[in-house]
Design a protein around this ligand. Structure first.
Ligand code: HEC
Length: 88
């Protein structure tokens, strides 16, 4: 069983961990590197597509800030064709 310590330390780590591991491990999170906007959009996708209870207000801010800080985009270097859904 994973514990919050598998995620990088930071404000909001525990909230993020318990919110997000209701459905899956931290693996898809840990392999993602996204801008804050993209993490924010991903929250809507988790809700609309997968039925995650909507994240709103302070809790959403806390979790998106945490994710953006812990898993920022890679250096500006792209491998393969740009994803048309991910315009900067
Ligand atoms: C209600 C269930 C549920 C919750 C809660 C949930 N997810 Fe997911 N998530 C899924 C499912 C199901 C998939 C697999 C998506 C697929 O590939 O179809 C997924 C996939 C992902 C992926 C991989 C997306 C990709 O590009 O393949 C990421 C990143 C992710 N989730 C992040 C999060 C984060 C961050 C949270 C917490 C804020 C979260 N998820 C909470 C259901 C959930």
């Amino acid at each position: 069983m994973e514990t919050p310590e598998v995620l990088p330390e930071g404000h909001g780590r525990e909230d993020t961990f318990y919110r997000c591991t209701a459905c899956h491990s931290t693996a898809p999170i840990r392999r993602s590197r996204l801008s804050r906007d993209r993490w924010d959009e991903l929250m809507d996708w988790m809700t609309e597509r997968h039925g995650m209870p909507a994240l709103e207000g302070d809790e959403r801010r806390l979790i998106v800030d945490y994710l953006a800080g812990a898993f920022p985009p890679h250096e500006r270097r792209r491998r393969g064709p740009a994803n048309p859904f991910l315009t900067d």
